[in-house]
Design a protein around this ligand. Structure first.
Ligand code: PEP
Ligand code: MN
Length: 300
């Protein structure tokens, strides 16, 4: 039989997934085989053995709110509080209830730090806010929408603070690690990668905006030795699903978690379906502590 002549199909780059050549030539730093622990303070380390939990509301809505949350978290032993004072929204309209608290929000975070000794994560949305953030933030977050904002990544890297790089909801791991490599070439290796859900044809509930890509956690852990954390809140967008998605992230091997919580979720100024209330958060934490032991991890 005559052999069919098929056009040569290159198996070489570009591909959407990561090849051996990518590891050698495009992603050498982020895929280096040495384990990198990211230390925020003596008792807060993101590593193979430890699993810090970052919790807090979406935005720093008011001084009262952030103090209430911080006091509760402190009581539970949580050491890192989140809350954004500069806040990107998908749509340009802000409700009257929610204005960005901007620099004032950071001042409240400063007070919270002094009062509780907790560490603070806030999102860097624009280079112009960096100076203010540097006075207060112990960890900078690069949000999913800015994952490939390379100038922002470079400037964030130069700060030498730990950086949480959130995966864009449409990005391959190849693109995400490319962005991470941009941070690393600037000389800052305090990198924390965060899976926070991807766009998907089906999310199984109309309230669920994204789908937590648990497989990405496993795949990243195979590829990189930097900490990989999970944000089940932004992934599912739906508080009742957050507990089990938290546990599945721990089982997938995550090295940290971001969990959104609020004293009165239905009145949260942004995304009210997403945060856990105090009691729900307490329960998730208790179960996570038990579960993480099975995976030789300690929640800190
Ligand atoms: C957030 O952490 O509040 C946030 C907006 O996250 P993401 O960039 O993942 O949407
Ligand atoms: Mn949010």
């Amino acid at each position: 039989m005559k052999k069919l002549k098929v056009p040569y199909l290159s198996n070489k780059e570009p591909t959407k997934d990561i090849t051996k050549d990518d590891i050698s030539y495009k992603l050498p730093k982020v895929t280096s085989r040495k384990e990198i622990k990211v230390k925020v303070s003596d008792n807060i380390i993101f590593s193979k053995k430890t699993l810090p939990i970052i919790a807090g509301p979406n935005g720093v809505e008011s001084r009262e709110l952030i103090f209430k949350v911080a006091k509760y978290l402190k009581k539970l032993g949580i050491k890192i509080i989140r809350g954004h004072a500069y806040k990107p929204l998908t749509f340009p309209y802000r409700s009257n209830q929610y204005k960005e608290s901007l620099d004032i929000g950071m001042d409240w975070m400063d007070e919270v730090k002094k009062y509780t000794g907790m560490k603070v994560v806030t999102e860097l949305t624009e280079i112009k806010y960096l100076d203010r953030l540097l006075k207060t933030s112990d960890i900078l977050q690069i949000g999913s929408r800015n994952m490939q904002n390379l100038e922002l990544l470079r400037e964030a890297s130069k700060s030498n603070l730990p950086i949480i790089l959130k995966r864009h909801f449409g990005a391959s791991l190849r693109d995400m690690l490319g962005a991470a490599e941009h941070i690393l070439v600037e000389g800052n290796n305090k990198l924390i990668l965060c899976e926070r859900g991807v766009s998907s044809p089906h999310t199984h509930r109309s309230t669920s905006r994204f789908m937590l890509d648990v497989q990405a956690i496993v795949a990243l852990k195979e590829l990189v030795k930097y900490p990989v954390i999970s944000d089940p809140s932004h992934a599912s967008f739906w508080a009742p699903w957050v507990p089990n998605l938290t546990y599945s992230s721990i089982a997938a091997g995550c090295d940290g978690l971001i969990i959104e919580m609020h004293p009165d979720p239905k009145n949260s100024a942004v995304d009210p379906l997403q945060p856990l209330n105090f009691e729900q958060f307490r329960k998730v934490l208790a179960k996570s502590k038990k579960l993480s032991k099975l995976f030789n991890k300690k929640i800190v």
